[in-house]
Write a protein that binds this ligand. Structure first.
Ligand code: COA
Length: 416
């Protein structure tokens, strides 16, 4: 018997064909990409991680990935950063996304990456493929007139304006120190810094001004930074500009306060906005009027445990203990079954051995639910309350929560 010919065969891009592979994505989002935009974008793209489904000569559905390191509690893992997913509207709901997801997750597994992560355009798409909600994402719309600190303190450090070259020389070092302790944070290559984080082409501005970059130094050492744009505006009461923070980073709470004090101090501004903050944001506790920050919370990073065993063994745990979990995994059946997670060592540095077992299970759950608990965004007891984890032995959820606990809320500040 010969294999049936797939209706829409899948091909992998090369540097020369990459642009054709992006076409379905643009049609799916109803956008276009100028030569300049494409030229900037391709500098971080990885053609050999780009696949597309073809209808004759035309690409009609695409999916790409970046090669990242993802910070997990107490460590990091190799992670595929799924991106540029789209199906041309004339070909939707014929199973093309499902076919792309199948091929992509098999490829991620073959590359030995224990997890895949993505930002979703719509939150209802990816759970069917085993992705779980692994970080919450906050956005802020701060009223500048209400930014008094609850407990005023002596400011530390000094912020100064730097050009793109100095930013490239100093910001990544600060970012790396924050990334190391922030589950959910992603590694950035030099190309990424240049072309994604710091680049400031006219088409990126969308009515706002250029990127301003400020470095915060404490005794001459780079300890924080802010990148922002201003969208100036005026009304009968005077200036009502919006200061749009692209990224604010600090290696300590004192520096974080210095960076935010600086941003709150910029003149001609009525609101300060930031689209990606950890939940809960420290600012909510630091200001005299927490409601002034206008916090809004939506889904953040979605995470897929591609190699459940390797992923669980790669993180550190809140405390010693033992747990047997019965896992269902329809899309990646190699993860399904009963796993014994044995954690030993000091709280915060405790490591786990993860092995298959025939012993009785303590908790039954799906791979997407375990993914939601993996970085610490949700406890397994939260998932149980949502009907997504079942306690089979009394006290098992409390035990699981203590083992998986971590002291820093997961957060991803890198959009891809
Ligand atoms: C989302 C999108 C990629 C789906 O592609 P598609 O080829 O139509 O999807 P499939 O036919 O393979 O559908 C697979 C499953 O996902 C479901 N699904 C697809 N799109 C969905 C959506 N937007 N919301 C909820 N479910 C969706 C389908 O109903 C199907 O479910 P089933 O397996 O239970 O039958 C496509 O609609 C698209 O390009 N949308 C606009 C761009 C976009 O949002 N891209 C995602 C970027 S993160």
């Amino acid at each position: 018997m010969t294999e049936p010919i797939p209706r829409y065969p899948i091909r992998t891009a090369t540097a020369a064909t990459l642009r054709d592979f992006v076409a379905p994505l643009l049609a799916a989002f109803g956008e276009e990409m100028s030569d300049t935009e494409y030229d900037d974008w391709r500098r971080t793209a990885e053609p050999d991680r780009f696949i597309a489904a073809f209808d004759g000569p035309a690409s009609v559905g695409a999916a790409g990935a970046y090669t990242f390191r993802l910070t997990v509690p107490g460590g990091e893992v190799a992670a595929a950063g799924v991106t540029a997913v789209g199906v041309e509207p004339g070909h939707r709901r014929q199973g093309i996304l499902r076919t792309l997801m199948r091929q992509q997750l098999d490829d991620v597994r073959a590359r030995g990456e224990p997890v895949a992560v993505l930002w979703a355009s719509e939150a209802a798409i990816y759970q069917r493929f085993g992705y779980g909600l692994a970080t919450l994402n906050g956005s802020l719309e701060v009223e500048r007139a209400r930014t008094e600190w609850l407990r005023p303190a002596e400011p530390v450090g000094r912020l100064r304006l730097v050009d793109a070259d100095e930013a490239l020389a100093t910001f990544p070092g600060v970012y790396e120190r924050v990334r190391a302790v922030t589950p959910g944070a992603l590694s950035r290559t030099e190309e990424w810094w240049r072309w994604a984080t710091l680049h400031d082409a006219e088409y990126m501005r969308r009515g706002a001004g250029p990127k301003y970059r400020y470095l915060c130094e404490v005794d001459g050492s780079p300890e924080g930074y802010a990148i922002y744009r201003v969208k100036g505006d005026w009304d009968e009461r005077g200036p009502k500009g919006e200061l749009m923070v692209v990224e604010a980073m600090a290696t300590s709470p004192a520096v974080e306060r210095a960076v935010w004090s600086f941003l709150f101090g910029v003149d001609l501004v009525r609101t300060i906005t930031l689209r990606r903050v950890a939940v809960p944001p420290p600012l909510a506790l630091a200001l005299a009027d927490p409601r002034a920050i206008g916090l809004r919370v939506v889904d953040g990073l979605w995470l897929r445990l591609v190699d459940l065993q390797a992923a669980l063994a790669a993180r550190r745990y809140g405390g010693p203990g033992e747990l047997v979990v019965e896992v269902t995994d329809e899309f990646c059946p190699w993860n399904a079954g009963r796993w014994r997670i044995a954690v030993f060592g000091e709280p915060g540095a405790a490591v786990a051995t993860v092995e298959r077992t025939d012993g009785p299970a303590d908790i039954a759950t799906d791979t997407a639910d375990l993914a939601a608990a993996y970085l610490g965004a949700f406890r397994l007891s939260d998932l149980a309350r949502a009907g997504r984890a079942e306690e089979l032995v009394p006290g098992a959820l409390r035990r699981a929560d203590a083992m998986l606990a971590w002291d820093r809320a997961p957060h991803c500040g890198t959009m891809f």
